[in-house]
Design a binder for this molecule. Sequence first.
Ligand code: SF4
Ligand code: SF4
Ligand code: SF4
Length: 294
Amino acid sequence: MEVLRKYASELLEKKAVAAVIGYVRVSDKRTRPAIITNPEDTSSLVFDNYCLNNLSVYLTKARIKALCRTSDKPMKLAITAKPCDVHSIVALIQENQIHRDDIHIISFNCGGVVKDFGLEFSKETLASKCIHCESQKPVYFDKLFGEEKKIPAAEDKQLQKINEIDSMSTEERFEFFKKEFDKCIKCYACRAVCPLCYCQRCITDKTIPCWIESSSHQRGNFSWNIVRAFHLSARCTGCGECERACPMDIPLGLINRTMAIEAKKSFSFVSGRSLEIPTLVGSFDVKDSDELFM
Ligand code: SF4
Ligand code: SF4
Ligand code: SF4
């Protein structure tokens, strides 16, 4: 922890970065995001199994970006990012929302995080994304801390559920998701935490014409969740933040992961893994399969 604090403090002192986006401890088993601009405040930075938030969501916020323009010359933003959060940064760079040269990535060899704050870290409480994590080391970084760690082996219940839903009839599957989406209260927490939900004006906020009913009603709930799933397909990096933030415990990860599995199977594409491979939705090949979900 000390090496991270010292490193972040030096970056700010040297004015190499305008701010460090990182985690600070709130209590024993809870952290919160912090935007640090004063070198002295880096003494509260932490990185452990309780750093749940995907901080890359802040990289596209106008108020954070404005910090880089407060001195004579534009400065970078430093961000503490788990390897899976680096995937979101890659996706944001590829979608031209941020520039690689403007970001200083501080990452870690990761040993997994808990699914929610307040839980003891163990294989039973491991976040679902960590169970099938294939990149405990970041694909890109400017500074890497920590030794390589082992993630506790745990059952992939999310994949079991996806397979179970896959074996249902179309009607049964429709009923399953109808029941889940009925719980939606349209709080838009899923959108707020998603790094890739960066539109200035979301389709669900448009009233003329009104594409998606804003009230928490079955029709609007269905449209909202399906439209969001489509807008995120082959873009979602699987950070799991939307599902964690949903106050109604809607298993949004089931949809996101299914879409990701399809993108991999049909196009060999996984979002946020490489700056060299063009994004799936941003490139077109006449040879691409058009037989999705048949
Ligand atoms: S998904 Fe991988 S990189 Fe992300 S928190 Fe879990 S173990 Fe770490
Ligand atoms: S849709 Fe959910 S899992 Fe995917 S990138 Fe957004 S917040 Fe993360
Ligand atoms: S976070 Fe959950 S309840 Fe809120 S809008 Fe998203 S799906 Fe609906």
